[in-house]
Design a protein around this ligand. Structure first.
Ligand SMILES: Cc1cc2nc3c(=O)[nH]c(=O)nc-3n(C[C@H](O)[C@H](O)[C@H](O)COP(=O)(O)O)c2cc1C
Length: 330
């Protein structure tokens, strides 16, 4: 059971924090498609205490996304405590501490996965933040720095002792980055040593993966990152599978109309260019498996306004329907 503050969900599905991905528009969409809890991208503690406008913007959340966690990162105690208080003032349902980021300039400066190298410091940080705020504090981490220094059992106990309300484990080491096999076997082992809810992360791309993760590890929650960029319906499909309902393939109609809806959500919040250029990373996923989608994608990449994008996609949908009719009549 993923019980964190007022959140109390069995087989919880979490949308992972992702830099430049999990903004309000995308979180809203994933929520509509079945994500139970969503997270902001990581927010830099130093930027927050300097009142950096771009950093502060990352704290924006809306009620329709709840429950939502704001994730903060940093390697120094005082700025992290201050950042947690600032994040709390935005009224999220929880604050998540990033102890898993592998990026060199972050991890080698003692933040993100760098905290795995100093378990006592991580414990003090969690302890101080838990005491400084009145909402649940959770931690997202990895199994260790590298294959020779896997210390997740010690980390988990420390994080629990410090008062964290839950722990998410990306089942890879820092050295593995985002590739290599995640080792889910650590989840049941961690669950033996702590009582707080444990969320599994890493290598979950499909509804089948979600079910396997719950069945094999007894995780309290499963967190999905890249799988949701390519296929945001993974949350709905996983719920259908877990509830014994037949999982239907996403139709071309739904693919195209979901893409447009997602883009419109983005345009409600951003200037056209700021919404449309970053949106390019989603086209491959939305159009996956559709006929001749490569040419359509190339055309979409050139657009800077909503109207032509809509026109291209709706025309393409008509073509797909025609292809299908021809296929069916043969
Ligand atoms: C584009 C991208 C941005 C990410 N940004 C963050 C982040 O801000 N905070 C964080 O804790 N992890 C971040 N991650 C890591 C993911 O949350 C997740 O731990 C990792 O991708 C493994 O999960 P997956 O196999 O489901 O992709 C990011 C990953 C990606 C691909």
């Amino acid at each position: 059971m993923f019980k964190v503050g007022k959140i109390n969900i069995e087989h919880a599905l979490l949308l992972a924090p992702m830099e430049d991905v999990t903004d309000i528009a995308y979180r809203r969409l994933c929520k509509e498609l079945g994500a139970d809890v969503v997270y902001t991208e990581f927010v830099n503690s130093d930027g927050l205490i300097r009142s950096n406008k771009k950093t502060e913007k990352k704290l924006e959340i809306t009620d329709q996304e709840r429950p939502i966690g704001i994730q903060i990162y940093g390697g120094n105690l005082e700025p992290m405590i201050e950042a947690a208080k600032i994040a709390e003032s935005r009224n999220p349902d929880l604050i998540d501490i990033n102890a898993g980021c592998w990026v060199k300039k972050i991890a080698t400066r003692g933040a993100g996965a760098g905290l795995l190298k100093d378990p006592y410091y991580l414990q003090s940080m969690v302890d101080a933040i838990v005491k400084a705020v009145n909402i649940p504090v959770t931690v997202k981490t990895r199994i260790g720095w590298d294959a020779d220094s896997i210390n997740i059992l010690d980390i988990a106990k420390r994080v629990e002792d410090a008062g964290a309300a839950a722990l998410t484990i990306h089942c890879r080491t820092r050295t593995q980055g985002h590739s290599g096999e995640p080792d889910w076997d650590w989840i049941p082992r961690v669950k033996e040593v702590v009582k707080i809810p444990v969320a599994l992360n890493g290598g979950v791309f499909t509804a089948d993966d979600v079910k396997r993760a719950f069945d094999e590890t007894r995780a309290d929650a499963v967190m999905i990152a890249r799988g949701a960029i390519e296929h945001p319906w993974v949350f709905r499909e996983a719920k259908e599978l877990l509830n014994g309902i037949a999982v239907n393939q996403v139709s071309p109609y739904e693919r195209i109309h979901t893409a447009l809806r997602h883009l419109r959500y983005s345009l409600e919040l951003k200037e056209p260019r700021a919404a449309i250029i970053p949106f390019r990373k989603y086209y491959a996923g939305y159009l996956k498996g559709l006929q001749n989608s490569k040419d359509v994608r190339q055309l979409l990449y050139q657009q800077l306004e909503y109207a032509p994008i809509e026109e291209i996609l709706l025309k393409y949908l008509e073509q797909i329907n025609t292809f299908e009719q021809i296929d069916n009549s043969n």
